[in-house]
Design a protein around this ligand. Structure first.
Ligand SMILES: [Zn+2]
Length: 223
């Protein structure tokens, strides 16, 4: 019995490993000009609400769960609900030769369960206002969600004022690397300060892999 269990675990690890390494639509990617096609993608419209802060240290990142809402992202007739956001070093998705030191991922779900993730790349520069609120509140231990009823956050603070974006078919960026995730990468990065990045690094090790092969994928873009 034990042998079978160990064998099953081993098999599961093998299939993760093969999808993570040999999948056809893995994330993150490097978005290069030759991969771009330009159909008329609809404008992004984010209708998020202010929400009481609920955050957790999950051992790899700081995760903020959205509670009340509704927090809706619209792309033409497509409609997604924001579930949570979290952060990565380095930034993962790269744009035309530029790698980013930090990124936010905003995870959304459609009514039918389709996952849509938004990458917001950060460059080093000015201090970021939302991170100024969040960084001092990173729980020192992995101990579940912490609710801060007196502190409101607005996920809109994580979106650049210019809503133009790239769109590609990708995956979860860590095991099990499940594919079928739609990724939007914002074209215009935000900024965080070097001191904020240093504070982040006191809490978390790097948690993002490098760009994965496009394997024939094309990247669409909004105007
Ligand atoms: Zn992520």
């Amino acid at each position: 019995m034990k042998t079978i269990f160990v064998l099953l675990l081993f098999t599961a690890n093998i299939s993760w490993a093969s999808l993570c390494q040999d999948g056809r639509q893995q994330s993150p990617i490097h978005i290069t000009p030759d991969a771009l096609v330009s159909p008329a993608l609809p404008a992004m419209a984010a209708d998020y609400q202010e929400d009481a802060l609920k955050l957790a240290n999950d051992g790899h990142t700081l995760r903020v769960r959205l509670r009340s809402g509704p927090h809706i992202l619209r792309l033409g007739t497509e409609r997604y609900t924001l579930q949570q956001f979290h952060f990565h070093t380095p930034g993962g998705d790269q744009i035309d030769g530029e790698a980013f030191p930090f990124a936010a991922h905003l995870l959304h779900k459609s009514a039918t369960g389709h996952l849509l993730a938004v990458t917001v790349p950060f460059r080093l520069g000015a201090e970021n206002a939302l991170l100024r609120t969040l960084l001092p509140l990173i729980p020192p231990r992995v101990d579940g969600d912490h609710l801060h009823p007196g502190i409101n956050v607005h996920a809109r603070q994580l979106l650049p004022s210019d809503p133009s974006y790239y769109r590609y078919a990708g995956s979860l960026t860590d095991t099990p690397c499940t594919e079928g995730v739609t990724w939007l990468v914002m074209k215009h990065p935000l900024q965080l300060s070097a001191a904020q990045l240093a504070t982040w690094r006191k809490h978390f090790a790097d948690n993002m892999r490098g760009p994965q092969p496009l394997r024939g994928r094309r990247v669409k873009q909004s105007l």
